[in-house]
Design a protein around this ligand. Structure first.
Ligand SMILES: [Zn+2]
Length: 363
């Protein structure tokens, strides 16, 4: 039997939402929450930093918020995917004592078929985190709503985290934002390249002495494919730009037989273009940016403008070996441009499985 305790159906994050910290033993969850509309039925609810700080006061509040975001009222066991689960209420109604002796407001569920206990964090990027869950919610929202991205230094200062923790936290969120490459693009697809980094003024002082790190060779080429219909963007770091490297990326991401490619006049696109349903190019040097058959690479230009603003303004210097993670973040925000910040937050909630270990990020 699927059992959802009444308080699970409670949070609406409207101004009258009672905090978990306000529960008393005399007043049951049921009495507190009886007449409240669930979050996922309240389409007009708008998430802002202000609304989050107003509604999420405690760790328990943050767990409740994520449960709503990820489960929409139907908790699912991360181990066996059963919905036959029940809430394990702490004896004092609010918190339980951990093995270390401290109090934890972690909300625990138990699966009937597999007998495993879990929380909304199990199997996500936040699994076994030492960072307050409330901080995670805030930072995830900042990542969802900041057009130019969020700098680790800024998160470190604002939320009182150590630099390594802030940096790692943002990379985990970027990983959740990254596309899974599962589906192939079809129809009209735009492709263009951009070179990232390598500007001496934007480099760390200690790197300026390294021989051979200046100049063009220091710039990292990136190719971005955008599906004209869905607006989905996928960016890939390239070792260099030539027919073979561009061809590999295009073959990996599009259904060749049903895709028409739109590019500038770079000759490296000609061989792969011949193998596709169609290939239209515009000659920027001749001042042509679009014809009756193609909108050229305008979509990619828009994407690159946003990417450069973010990388130069917010992140200042991005190590080429981590660049693909930043691209995942910018791809995600570009691809979900029609979503509100609230919808993007919900969408990300569905992607929060898997966890990026620190070792993986360092590699
Ligand atoms: Zn289970």
């Amino acid at each position: 039997m699927h059992s959802v305790p009444p308080h699970h159906l409670a949070p609406t994050y409207t101004t009258c939402y009672p905090k978990a910290s306000h529960y008393t033993t005399e007043q049951t969850f049921d009495q507190v929450f009886r007449n409240v509309t669930p979050l996922w039925e309240n389409g007009s609810m708008k998430t802002t930093i202000a609304s989050l700080s107003r509604e999420i006061h405690t760790e328990s509040d943050a767990y409740l918020y994520l449960e709503n975001l990820r489960w929409h009222g139907t908790p699912v066991c991360p181990k066996c995917a059963s919905t036959d689960v029940h809430y394990v209420e702490p004896s004092n109604g609010v918190s339980r004592t951990t093995a270390g002796g401290s109090q934890s407001e972690r909300r625990v569920w138990k699966c009937q078929p597999c007998r495993k206990q879990f929380s909304v964090l199990t199997g996500t990027m936040m699994h076994a985190t030492k960072i307050p869950v409330r901080t995670w919610v805030m930072v995830i929202f900042e990542m969802c709503s900041s057009k130019n991205g969020v700098a680790a230094r800024e998160i470190e200062r604002k939320y009182g985290l150590c630099p390594r923790t802030a940096w790692h936290m943002l990379h985990r969120i970027r990983e959740a934002m990254s596309h899974d490459d599962a589906t192939l693009f079809s129809g009209d697809v735009v492709s263009d390249e951009v070179y990232i980094g390598g500007v001496p003024g934007n480099r760390h002082a200690d790197k300026d002495d390294v021989k051979g790190t200046y100049g063009r060779t220091d710039m990292t080429p990136v190719v971005t494919l955008i599906d004209e219909d869905t607006h989905e963007a996928r960016s890939t770091v390239l070792p260099w730009v030539d027919s073979a490297s561009l061809g590999t990326v295009i073959r990996d991401n599009v259904d060749m037989a049903t895709t028409t490619l739109h590019t500038d006049s770079l000759r490296a696109y000609i061989p792969i273009g011949r193998k596709m349903a169609g290939h239209y190019s515009v000659d920027h040097r001749a001042g042509i940016y679009g014809t009756d058959k193609t909108n050229g690479t305008n979509l990619c230009e828009n994407y690159f403008a946003q990417l450069k603003r973010g990388l130069k303004g917010t992140h200042i210097h991005v190590d080429p070996k981590h660049l693909h993670r930043y691209l995942g973040e910018f791809d995600y925000r570009f691809s979900t441009f029609e979503m509100t910040d609230t919808e993007r937050m919900e969408d990300l909630g569905a992607r929060m499985s898997g966890r990026l270990s620190y070792e993986l990020v360092k590699a």
